[in-house]
Design a protein around this ligand. Structure first.
Ligand code: IPE
Ligand code: IPE
Ligand code: MG
Length: 261
């Protein structure tokens, strides 16, 4: 598979609309607490936000949307909350896949799925299969995902695939084994809910991603909030290690090439 541009080895092209947005959907519990509701009510409302954000990405021509739904550390939550989250995931897969299929959305689920029960694993496989022909938007749900787990599983697979390269493995050898190898690196990372941390999300892939943090709680993150985040991204100068002056030279060279073509 031809690889995507790597932020450390190539100079990726970037426009005003991010090709890939990765989101930590945080603040469901606090949203519910503010309303004297059980935490689960916040998670339920959060599913509605997912629908709006998928729609917003489709309308804006974003090609990849990756959502952190359950981290490898979220098993530490009370058993009841974990079990309700799993039920919500099952229900969402049962009810949303038809609509995703109709709207050109391809679903991927990444993470250590082996810890999920058989019914959930089956539903995931079916949902991926039913949307496999689509490519308007790649929607990835990270479930029982951890960035360190991802790098380790990739390293283990890389070492098995090319033992003869021991001591000489490169980034390019590792990348095809990472969970998100079907997607370019995220251009924009959004975390709702006010915390400013990565919480073991895509550690490798976020190397050069633009970070955006908002106080807005996930259940209240609507299309206007998405538009604001994308507009902030559009203002960033992505230098990938270079100076501003170098960027200006590259873009004027590209412009004059365009005029003479
Ligand atoms: C994010 O919302 C959803 C999951 C981690 C599953 P939280 O449940 O973390 O909400 P807060 O941070 O407690 O408000
Ligand atoms: C991160 O949210 C994981 C998901 C959104 C799934 P948390 O709310 O669990 O993050 P921490 O543990 O507070 O950093
Ligand atoms: Mg949280």
């Amino acid at each position: 598979m031809p690889g995507f541009a790597s932020s450390t080895r190539d100079l990726p092209m970037s426009g005003v609309i991010p090709k890939h947005i990765a989101v930590i959907m945080d603040g469901n519990g606090r949203w519910a607490k503010q309303r004297h509701l059980p935490r689960f009510a916040g998670h339920k409302k959060g599913v509605e936000t997912v629908r709006d954000v998928v729609k917003g990405c489709l309308e804006r021509g974003v090609s990849y949307l990756t959502l952190f739904a359950f981290s490898s550390e979220n098993w530490r939550r009370p058993e009841e909350e974990v079990s309700l989250l799993m039920q919500l995931f099952v229900r969402a897969l049962q009810h949303e896949v038809k609509k995703l299929r109709k709207n050109g959305v391809r679903l991927h689920v990444v993470g250590d799925l082996s810890r999920f029960d058989a019914q959930l694993q089956k539903l995931i496989a079916e949902a991926e299969e039913q949307t496999a022909e689509n490519d308007a938007l790649h929607l990835t749900i990270a479930a029982n995902y951890g960035g360190r787990w991802d790098i380790l599983q990739a390293a283990n697979r890389m070492m098995q695939a090319s033992p003869e390269k021991a001591g000489h493995w490169t980034e390019a050898d590792l990348e095809p084994h990472l969970c998100m190898s079907f997607a370019p690196e995220p251009d924009l990372f959004i975390r709702t809910g006010g915390e400013q941390r990565i919480s073991n999300f895509l550690l490798w892939q976020l190397a050069y991603t633009e970070l955006y943090f908002t106080e807005t709680l996930w259940p209240e993150f609507d299309e206007a909030a998405l538009a604001t985040a994308i507009a902030s991204y559009g203002q960033r100068e992505r230098r990938f290690g270079r100076t501003s002056e170098q960027l200006a030279e590259t873009s004027s060279a590209l412009n004059s090439a365009g005029t003479h073509a």
